[in-house]
Design a binder for this molecule. Structure first.
Ligand SMILES: [Zn+2]
Length: 229
């Protein structure tokens, strides 16, 4: 099942007190085109407090099942479709970790990519990168080109600080150190934090440098002129 966000719902309808989309826009699980699905054959599944509907992709004509849970108005309804394929690139769930404007800009970039608009993806990527790096600079230094902003961040922000902090935390023992030494049994929340830490460190230390290299390789291959960005 793939969750449909409220911003993808174009129109709601209700059966009894359960709200279900009358139409919604998303990527078809069968042909991966971004289309608007209209729902039909809606009915209420009372014992499970949900409404069920069918829909057909207007592009490829394949069937998609729709489930909507929640009986307190469309604001709280949770909507799912089946099968769960077709979204080319889901966005990362980072809305609570980054400034709101930066997250919106990132979402627009993912949307542009998923709708197959690669020119818009590049434009949005650039705008999001500018927001990302300029947001790390003091106000009087934000008005500069992307390449300069990145350089300024590299020179003025201590990017290795999180790694040093982690080393300190581990060296001085404490809670986290004890968990890594397997002396203490972690609960679910602690285990999840440790897993996220591991994934983020792998991204930062291994994935990011390789991704930057492969981007450079692609640019060289295409013989694209290096812009003075
Ligand atoms: Zn389709």
């Amino acid at each position: 099942m793939r969750q449909i966000t409220h911003s993808q719902v174009r129109k709601w309808t209700n059966l009894g007190n359960i709200y279900i989309p009358a139409s919604f826009s998303t990527w078809c699980p069968h042909c991966s085109e971004k289309v608007t699905f209209a729902t039909t054959q809606q009915y209420l599944d009372k014992p499970r407090a949900c409404a069920i509907a069918s829909s057909k992709c207007p592009g490829c004509d394949h069937h998609v099942g729709v489930w909507s849970f929640g009986m307190h108005g469309p604001e709280s309804a949770e909507v799912f479709i089946h099968p769960n394929t077709g979204e080319p690139r889901p966005s990362k769930p980072i809305s609570s970790l980054v400034p709101e404007a930066l997250f919106r800009s990132y979402l627009s970039t993912v949307d542009a990519y998923n709708s197959g608009n690669y020119v818009a993806t590049a434009v949005c990527c650039r705008r999001t990168l500018e927001g990302l790096f300029q947001g790390l600079l003091p106000d009087n230094e934000t008005n500069q080109t992307l390449a300069r902003a990145i350089r300024a961040v590299a020179e003025s922000v201590d990017l290795s600080e999180p790694i040093r902090k982690l080393a300190d935390v581990l060296r001085h023992g404490g809670n986290l150190g004890a968990h890594f030494d397997a002396e203490k049994e972690p609960d679910e929340q602690m285990a999840l934090q440790m897993l996220k830490l591991l994934e983020n460190l792998i991204d930062y230390l291994h994935v990011l440098p390789k991704e930057i290299n492969s981007l450079e390789g692609l640019l060289d291959r295409d013989n694209a002129p290096h812009q003075g960005a």
